[in-house]
Design a protein around this ligand. Structure first.
Ligand code: LLP
Length: 425
């Protein structure tokens, strides 16, 4: 993260954070576009050094917007979507539909029809029932991958762990349902089986589960003589929210992963597939900060200090939901020399769990009107934002080589009630 203080004022991506906040208001999510481009290029460099055919398919659930799609286009990325809404955003953003992959454990018939009409060409089948559904809806063969659960353990929060047998996602290779699904797809008139997908979980810093999944999947492919053209290993590459976190080691990690892929394919005489990866968080999380303004500061003598900011769980749900930890820093360092003291940074929503960070060191003399920045908020923040308490979704800006540009405007009060209907007599 390109964060540093210059004359005691926080600079992000080479820009003065206070000036950006004055111009666009707060709460404000500020992205450093160069960081995102850098990560996209890094994945391209690494994958192209290992395999001839690959795609880097951004999981747009992490953060999407028309300008984000534009950026993805410019960086030769493909896109994963999981709903009509994500699909619509991608299409309206101008991405070629053949670069979109449609995921989800419960795609509705309307969504499948919409995706086919838009020209999406790769569907990730997530259940036995979707095989029949998509086969009926498609009127000519569409390419499909099957989402399987390789049954490997991962070390992450249970809510974001997905590759185990007991999961709402995918079909287990251990209990025979994945094999049944492959057979049914092969029989289906309008489905063209292209390969396998799995997503093991999120915020993984260890390549081992990816390596183990390859072993499990290739043993299974070989046991059942299943040939694949495409292998989609999912996303989940970990980032550093705080110093406690270990980033997924992209270069070394993919060295290990591709070494195992090459061992497995040569051991069983399979050709090297087209490899897809689906990073979301690792492209956007560390590219952004959220800036809030401090309001009420409440001291409970001898117990704690609560610093309330002008947003909260409506734009920062990951701490209440997963207990996620973030670094929170002052936007202006006070030269008047106040030491840091641990404070609870909380939001303004009516919920005791509306916490952004507990015991975070901030200047002892922090007061109303000060700005604070929460680091690493580029993934699953705006996209998980809600209107609880009729809070407005924040604005989003990108720092670009041409200066700071608004990419999502702040929601307005009128937008909050625009779908409300008053019953008339
Ligand atoms: N591919 C599939 C099929 C996925 O389900 C996901 C995330 C990804 C790729 C991208 O994973 P990433 O690289 O972003 O970790 N709301 C949670 C994360 C849910 C992730 C769901 N699937 C959070 O805030 O941590």
């Amino acid at each position: 993260m390109s964060l540093e203080y210059h004359n005691d004022k926080l600079q992000f991506g080479g820009q003065d954070v206070t000036s950006i906040a004055e111009r666009f208001g707060t709460p404000l999510i500020i992205y450093d576009e160069a960081h995102m481009r850098g990560m996209m290029r890094r994945y391209h460099t690494v994958l192209s050094s290992h395999v001839e055919h690959y795609s880097v398919s951004y999981a747009s659930k992490a953060f999407t917007s028309l300008q984000m799609i534009q950026l993805l286009k410019e960086e030769d990325m493909e896109i994963d979507v999981v709903s009509s809404g994500e699909l619509y955003t991608a299409i309206r953003g101008g991405i070629d539909p053949s670069r979109i992959k449609f995921h989800g454990n419960n795609k509705t018939p309307e969504e499948l029809e919409f995706a086919l009409a838009q020209g999406v060409t790769l569907f990730i089948i997530d259940s036995l029932d979707e095989i029949t559904l998509l086969d009926e809806i498609a009127d000519s063969p569409v390419n499909v991958l099957l989402r399987v659960n390789p049954g490997v353990d991962v070390d992450t929060h249970e809510f974001i762990s997905t590759g185990q047998t007991d999961s709402k996602f995918g079909l287990s290779i251990a209990d025979g349902t994945a094999l049944k699904a492959v057979k049914e797809i092969e029989k289906a008139e309008n489905l063209d089986f292209k390969g396998i997908h799995y997503h093991l979980g999120s915020q993984l810093s260890d390549p081992a589960p990816f390596v183990n999944a390859l072993t499990a999947v290739y043993d299974w492919l070989n046991d059942h003589e299943i040939e694949i053209e495409i292998l989609n290993m999912g996303g989940g590459f970990g980032v550093r929210y705080t110093d406690e976190d270990i980033r997924f080691p992209v270069e070394e990690g993919f060295d290990e992963i591709f070494t195992r892929l090459k061992e497995m394919t040569s051991q069983y005489g399979f050709s090297i597939p087209h490899v897809i990866i689906e990073p979301g968080r690792s492209i956007t999380a560390e590219a952004a900060i959220t800036v809030y303004e401090v309001g009420t500061v409440k001291d409970i003598p001898g117990v704690s200090r609560y610093v309330s900011v002008n947003g909260g769980m409506s734009d920062h749900i990951r701490t209440p939901l997963y207990g996620a930890e973030y670094d929170i820093i002052p936007v202006t360092q006070r030269p008047d020399g106040a030491d840091s003291t641990p404070v609870n940074v909380v939001g303004k929503l009516c919920e005791s769990g509306d916490i952004i960070g507990k015991n975070k060191p901030l200047p002892a003399n922090i007061r109303r009107g000060d700005l604070v920045a929460v680091k690493t908020t580029g993934a699953y923040h705006y996209s998980m934002a809600s209107n609880y308490n009729q809070m407005l979704k924040p604005a989003v800006v990108f720092i670009t080589s041409d200066g700071v540009r608004e990419v999502i405007k702040r929601q307005t009060l009128d937008q909050l009630i625009q779908n409300d209907v008053l019953m008339e007599d």
